[in-house]
Design a protein around this ligand. Sequence first.
Ligand code: ADP
Length: 358
Amino acid sequence: MLDNTPIVGLNEKACQMLGVVPTEAVGRPLGLWCPDETMAVWNRVFLDYISLKVSHEAETVIRCKDGSDLDVILSAAYPKRPDEQVFVVVGLVDISERIAREKALARAQLDLAHAGRVSILGELAASITHEINQPLSAIMANGNAALRWLNRPVADLDEARAAIGHMILEGERASRIIARTRAMAMKGSGEHSVFELKPTLEEAIEITRRQIGLLGASCTMHGCDTSVRILGDRVQLQQVIINLIVNAAQAMTSATCGDGRVEVHFRAEGRRAIVRVIDSGPGLDAASAARLFEAFFTTKTDGMGMGLSVSKGIVEAHGGTIAACNNAGPGCTFTVDIPIVLADEQDVDGGSPALRFA
Ligand code: ADP
């Protein structure tokens, strides 16, 4: 139809937009100025005409004489003519500047998202070195122990075997941390499964036992015996609790501070699991409290300031919150609050759970 619809007239502005003089356009088919990819728009123009509508408006492009495409708002009006000759009046509004601005904005947003991702990767690279230190030290300690067992006049192969077994486990743990931290940086979330909270916390306490013992601290758990299940990345959430326990123990190292006891409390409250890590250290002054979760905020000489910032990212990716407040007595409490999976959200056949957050 477009190839059989001649242009019968166009004004000066239309000539400027198309880059033609009137004689180059008048009498020639409208289709010359309509790129193939705009056919859907022209189909609707004609369908609206057939269905006796008064007009049709759409954003599209027209092809100029020099072959470039111009972004326009096209409005087609179908005036009623007594002589039954069909005329369509086409109005064009040049919106190329607006479209160019929108494209520039979209590009800027992409660049910004990319810059954000690069900076998260930077943050995580720093956190990996921080978090990975623990399994690395354990690997070295177990390696030394294995050597000692082997170098004895009568080598104790069982002990050496056990030490090497620990090295492998710690190595696996380290690579799980790297793989899942990277997954978080790339996609926003790692592997998700439903897991029991209590053994996850017990394991976190076990993992930190040695490290906080060296700081003169110990950790105990207090909580309910009922099943509290979380849908999420177990390793990442465990990493959060490990960070909180180690921070608590580090805060209490000064001789004047507390009895070196860290308490981990947990309970289910409706559809949320609440985990509290409580210490009796110096607590938080107002300036630190405001900046705790900022990347690179640290008051420690050898600190990186990544633990709490990464922890916040992990907890929030699980639909939870993390907060800190001073205790009525000495020390402070870090509270993690995350959605739980309720019992009725498990498949009847006990298979994969319904992936619903509370
Ligand atoms: P880092 O441990 O490398 O300093 P974090 O992000 O884990 O990094 O902690 C940031 C800062 O928050 C610490 O340097 C410390 O000042 C403060 N902080 C964290 N936990 C405690 C706590 N339990 N008591 C007092 N201050 C704390």
